[in-house]
Design a protein. Structure first.
Length: 280
């Protein structure tokens, strides 16, 4: 099952390299931001949500993005996913430059080449579980072919919902609904899955299951996941953690323990020490 390609994507040839065994692979970054800035408003009322983000994320990686409130996490995700356009800079997804695309081209890209998992699940209650999973294909103009249905059934089995394709979302628990959302995000074999606080509405057990599924999607299916989260325990499932502060990447960690991530987040948000002579 292939992706429908825009003209820009067809013109962009993937960079191919060989590993030590001589096997060819696509080395084009899944996500690439260069000099990305996002400003809202003008003059003295201007808000600089992103102040110059330079970032390259490889295919088949899991990245968590953390930071205090107002650090630019949500704006980063929106710009990286083509949901918002940067004021300056370049965004590439799977080697395709998206910052010059019009709204129709961006809509097609989001339908065909990106997956989304949100805190609120965003399932359509009138559709069955299987129909929700197949929705990205239908929106892209396709039909529920036998191949698509097989793909949906395979993904539902992978997320532990085998045999539940005919149920409605209301018949499932919150954790099960988020599993459906993950299957839906993966059904088109997207370049990137963007997850925005995917465990924020779940209890501890369901959250651990969902994070395990995202980790498995990277390890077993070769998916690329970019997840915004406030939870150090969730971030511990990622290959790396990026810390944003004041619209910039302030720090980063390779895959680390919950305690290490929490300590780094605490250090990032701690107030600057008072001048020693201030109390004198």
């Amino acid at each position: 099952m292939g992706f429908r390609r825009t003209t820009r994507q067809a013109e962009q040839q993937p960079e191919r390299r060989a590993d030590q065994a001589g096997r060819s692979y696509d080395s084009t970054p899944a996500v690439e931001l260069r000099g990305v800035r996002r400003q809202y408003g003008r003059g003295s009322a201007a808000v600089h949500a992103l102040r110059g983000i330079d970032l390259s994320l490889p295919r088949g990686s899991f990245t968590a993005v953390m930071g205090p409130s107002g650090s630019g996490k949500s704006t980063f995700l929106q710009c990286a996913a083509g949901l918002d356009l940067p004021t300056e800079g370049s965004v590439r997804l799977g080697g395709t430059e998206i910052t010059g695309m019009n709204e129709n081209e961006l809509t097609e890209l989001r339908r065909n080449r990106l997956g989304f998992v949100f805190q609120a699940f965003n399932l359509l209650p009138s559709l069955t579980v299987e129909q929700n999973v197949l929705l990205p294909m239908r929106l892209a103009g396709g039909r529920a072919s036998a191949q698509g249905q097989d793909r949906a059934a395979d993904l539902l089995a992978r997320v532990g919902l085998e045999g539940k394709g005919r149920r409605r979302p209301a018949e499932l628990s919150g954790g099960q609904q988020q599993r459906v959302a993950i299957a839906r995000a993966l059904v088109t074999r997207p370049d990137v899955v963007f997850a925005d606080e995917p465990t924020g509405a779940l209890d501890t057990t369901a959250a651990a299951e969902v994070l395990g599924l995202l980790r498995s999607a990277v390890d077993s299916l070769g998916a690329t996941v970019v997840m915004v989260t406030h939870d150090p325990g969730a971030a511990a499932h990622a290959d790396q953690v990026l810390f944003l502060a004041d619209g910039l990447i302030a720090d980063r960690l390779p895959r680390s323990s919950t305690a290490t991530i929490a300590a780094r987040m605490t250090a990032l948000t701690a107030p600057a020490p008072a001048y020693a002579g201030a109390a004198a």
